[in-house]
Design a protein around this ligand. Structure first.
Ligand code: FES
Length: 107
């Protein structure tokens, strides 16, 4: 079973099961609040996450992610949680613009 460590959320560990679900679905399945303004439809970038470790352990970028990537709204180390699927263990970080006001982040 793959897992995600959220580095700046006290190192919270989220298990991904089943592995075919999006990272956002996995986060929601473990009751981790994560911004997702468009409801996970790939129409915003609020669910963005920074990949710290495991870049090569992710599904290919979807068409929605490619569009934002080409527009410069997603960097090389950024993915959309609602689109990306983890194929192995990841370490991620919540970017400043996607932090929720009611949660306390480490940095
Ligand atoms: S929630 Fe809008 S793109 Fe992921």
């Amino acid at each position: 079973m793959a897992k995600i460590v959220i580095e700046n959320l006290s190192g919270k560990v989220v298990n991904i099961h089943p592995q075919s679900r999006s990272i956002l679905a996995a986060l929601q399945g473990e009751r981790v609040d994560w911004m997702h303004a468009c409801g996970g439809k790939g129409r915003c970038t609020t669910c963005k996450l920074i990949i710290v470790e495991g870049h090569d352990l992710l599904s290919e970028r979807t068409a929605a992610e490619m569009r934002y990537y080409q527009e410069g709204k997603l960097l090389d180390n950024e993915r959309l949680a609602c689109q990306a699927i983890a194929l192995g263990d990841l370490v991620v970080r919540v970017p400043p613009e996607s932090k929720l006001p009611h949660l306390k982040y480490d940095f």
